[in-house]
Design a protein around this ligand. Sequence first.
Ligand code: SAM
Length: 277
Amino acid sequence: MTTLLGAAEIREIAARIGVNPTKKLGQNFVVDANTCRRIVKVADVQSDDVALEIGPGLGSLTLALLEIANSVIAIEIDPRLAVELPLTVQAHGFEVERLTVLNEDALTTQSLPAEPTILVANLPYNVSVPVLLHFLEKFPTIRSGVVMVQSEVADRLVARPGSKTYGSPSVKATWWADLSGAGNVARQVFWPIPNVDSSLVRFIRHHAAGSESERLITFTVIDAAFAQRRKMLRSALSQVFSGAAEDAIVKAGIDPTARGETLLLRDFIAIANTLEQ
Ligand code: SAM
């Protein structure tokens, strides 16, 4: 049986390749193998999965994914980590052919060498929401996944209307998927220990809520509504859609004095559709 990475080996590799973890790239590496196996289990990774990992770092989660999934595609922005990853995979007894590493900024990824079926990642925290939305949008073969994010971001992603944390990430993500909380992860499993808490979010894709042109206008409405979340809808939307806003809200059957934080995705879609007419 192969072994996963532990704390000592992680520090040894980082020192050898000259990686001093930076906040800028959200480099907090998981040093606990049980946590990595737990994430893979919560994600329900299967042997025939093509797993996509964003930000593999030194490979803690990558090795846990390779224990189950047939193949893994890993996107890492830091060239030193991207070069080292296949060597670590090989040193741990996995067939290196099962891993493809792309050294690029995940926010700009437009194509992948194979169609991913599942996304499992400890996301770089400063870009976690845009990265998640980007991959939901661009890669429809991803059926489900689990991402680790800062706990406050996890709360925002799974929030329902009316809650203080409900906002544009919550609504936008539901265009493609159902999201739910999947537990917390202790700070002590990271090196270096972050000064924020972390949580897992699970998602399962459903049919997209509409066409691409409907999505673009709906997202513009969502952005306008939450740019000024304390304002009534008619006033928040008039900043972007001027005079047409109030009419569209009323025609969509929504109270124009309501606030964006009380609306479901289908309400934003209804407003977007009437605006388009
Ligand atoms: N998966 C590893 C683990 O759990 O130990 C590392 C996770 S660490 C929180 C985030 C990783 O994402 C780092 O390796 C960092 O270099 C990488 N990263 C940061 N920004 C990125 C981006 N825009 N695209 C791809 N990788 C990125």
